[in-house]
Design a protein around this ligand. Sequence first.
Ligand SMILES: [Cu+2]
Length: 144
Amino acid sequence: MRSRSIGLLALVALTSVAAAPLVRANMWMGTIAGKDGSAITGSGQMNPGTDAATSVVDVTLKGDAAGSVRPWHIHIGSCTKPGGVFGGGRSYTPITIDASGNGASKATLAVALPDTGSYYVNIHDSAANMAKTVACGDLSFHKM
Ligand SMILES: [Cu+2]
């Protein structure tokens, strides 16, 4: 009876592995947190695109003010050591926050996924106030 339970657990574990993508690839990911008392939370990921010369970034936000439109980018550096925009600013579409305070956006960058360096997600206050960062998240590299 005991060994049958263990066998079932093993089967469940194997099934979980089988459900993972067949092609595993390097990626960057991190959590996003509001700055200066903002309740924003979220997450960001940067993955290889379908073409090796591209990268795809996905960002989701929660806890933001309904109706906000947030310009955002991956920047080079970190939340505590900010740098310039990565991959060309025009690749990014601002995040529109819905009535529940949630929002998401996806950007395809015309650069291969980096395997070195340091990058972060910068959520800007608004198009009229780009200098203010309302939320930020450092990305960490996950090598597969
Ligand atoms: Cu930016």
